[in-house]
Each structure stands twice: as structure tokens, then as C-alpha cells.
Design a binder for this molecule. Structure first.
Ligand code: GTP
Ligand code: ZN
Length: 207
């Protein structure tokens, strides 16, 4: 169901076959109407034919995904999500270009510098004048609708992401945890996500 909150937020811009080390996906680019941000969907198999396709809605993290930073769990979550979709034989990864939970790379790196002085991720954002999380999942919801994905099995630990997608009209069949191994550099980041942002790190599955 499309929410009564105005127009569709993205337009489909291009697509191609995308072979990866996880398998051969169809890659779609969607341009966000308001910001011009280019979001991505990687689709494996025939989504419309899947009753409850596996789905990951992932937020951009240049440091964790491209540079191999150990400060967070984004790189390993991205890898894990694609490998689980590949194992299932079908599914979709929506990759949202909302670096730093929406504050952008410059401000995220400023936040990291503040964390090096002892602040946690939430306090660092607040010191810079931002809410803890500025993301919108409306583009992801519109992308999933465009792709015709049915009720999804959403891989996330973040209850705010779950409820935002539901509010944007996406049916969630169930949530599946996506847990990355902690290390000496990301343990306090993971602790803050659990203690201050309500992330669910138990491996159990729930609706
Ligand atoms: N502002 C800020 N953003 C961060 C920080 N560390 C990681 N990020 C960004 O956080 C986003 C990933 O969000 P997370 O909170 O790690 O996880 P999530 O996507 O909300 O939840 P999951 O679905 O369970 O992975 C990416 O855009 C990262 O760039 C930080 O210390 N400060
Ligand atoms: Zn990250």
C-alpha cells in the first residue's frame, strides 16, 4: 500500500546485469527526486515470484565498506546480506546513499574525531548539532514497491528501520538479525547501538 504522503520519492534511472563474487545480480539505479542522490537495488532472481523475499536495506558507509574500517560493522553486514541472498537464491539489497546516518561523510568523520575524545556515537552527533539518526527510509520503500517485492524478510537489528519501513507501507513478513563479529575497535559502537539506539543483537527471529 502506498502511504498518503505525496509523490513517489525516486525515479528509476538505469539498470544492468551485475556479476559479483556473490552471484549475478540485476543492478538498478534510482534517483531521489528531492536530493538527486543515486540509490541502488541489487536484485537476485524473480522477486515477484518470491512469497517473502529476503531483503536488506543498507545505508552507505564508505569507511566500513570501501576502506575496511573496523570502527563499525557495515562492511561485514553488507557482505553477510549479499551472501545470505545468494544462498537463498533470490532477494534484494537496497543500498541507500545516506552516509553517516544521513549527516554525510565530512560530518561523520568529525563525529569520529569527537569519539576519539571519548564521546559515543549519539553524543558526537548531538555535539555537531544533529539528531542521532537523520535517515529516511521512504526511498527504500518506493524502490521496493517499484520492484514489486512482496512481504519481505528484513535483515536488520534496527527497530527504527523496521517501523519506518512499515510506516512507509512495506509489509514485513519477519525480521532477521544480521550480526557481525565485534572487534576491539567497534565494541563500544555496537554497545551504543544496543544501549542508546535500541538495536536488537540477539540472533532470534521475530515478526
Ligand atoms: N553519524 C554517524 N554515523 C555512523 C557512525 N558509524 C556508522 N555510521 C553510519 O551508520 C550507518 C549504518 O547504520 P547503523 O546504525 O550501523 O546500522 P543500521 O543500518 O541502522 O542497522 P542494521 O540494519 O541493524 O545494520 C551508515 O550510514 C554509517 O556510515 C557514527 O559514529 N556516526
Ligand atoms: Zn560503517
Amino acid at each position: 500500500m502506498i502511504p498518503e504522503t505525496g509523490k513517489v520519492s525516486v525515479v528509476h534511472s538505469s539498470q544492468c546485469r551485475m556479476p559479483t563474487r556473490h552471484g549475478c545480480f540485476e543492478m538498478h539505479v534510482f534517483t531521489e527526486c528531492e536530493s538527486g542522490r543515486e540509490h541502488v537495488a541489487l536484485v537476485l532472481g524473480d522477486l515477484a515470484a518470491e512469497a517473502t523475499p529476503l531483503c536488506r536495506v543498507h545505508s552507505e558507509c564508505l569507511t566500513g565498506e570501501v576502506l575496511g574500517s573496523l570502527r563499525c560493522d557495515c562492511g561485514s553486514q553488507l557482505d553477510e546480506a549479499l551472501s545470505r541472498i545468494a544462498a537463498a537464491g533470490a532477494g534484494v539489497l537496497v543500498y541507500l546513499r545516506q552516509e553517516g546516518r544521513g549527516i554525510g561523510l565530512t560530518e561523520k568523520i568529525r563525529a569520529y574525531a569527537l569519539q576519539d575524545e571519548g564521546l559515543d556515537t549519539v553524543e558526537a552527533n548531538q555535539k555537531l548539532g544533529f539528531e542521532a539518526d537523520l535517515r529516511s527510509y521512504r526511498p527504500a520503500a518506493d524502490i521496493l514497491r517499484w520492484l514489486g517485492a512482496g512481504p519481505v524478510r528484513l535483515m536488520t537489528n534496527n527497530p527504527a528501520k523496521l517501523s519506518a519501513l512499515k510506516a512507509d507501507g512495506i509489509a514485513i513478513h519477519r525480521r532477521e538479525a544480521i550480526i557481525a563479529d565485534p572487534n576491539a575497535h567497534n565494541q563500544s559502537y555496537l554497545d551504543t547501538k544496543r544501549d542508546r539506539m535500541g538495536h536488537l543483537f540477539e540472533p532470534s527471529k521475530e515478526s
